[in-house]
Design a protein around this ligand. Structure first.
Ligand SMILES: [Zn+2]
Ligand SMILES: [Zn+2]
Length: 51
């Protein structure tokens, strides 16, 4: 299974950074899915951080 690390803000769950896909040997085959791996970063994005 291929993995793609997606970093999200822990406070509001907005997208922080989407990494490139880490492909396995079956990458690109029909019906093959890329598993998203969510990593939370411990703060809010600029739009949702109140100060
Ligand atoms: Zn794969
Ligand atoms: Zn946000």
């Amino acid at each position: 299974m291929c993995y793609q690390v997606v970093e999200r803000f822990a406070a509001c769950y907005c997208l922080y950074h989407k990494h490139s896909i880490d492909p396995c040997s079956a990458y690109g085959q029909r019906g093959h899915l890329v598993q998203e791996k969510t990593v939370l970063v411990g703060h809010a994005c600029p739009a949702h951080s109140s100060y």
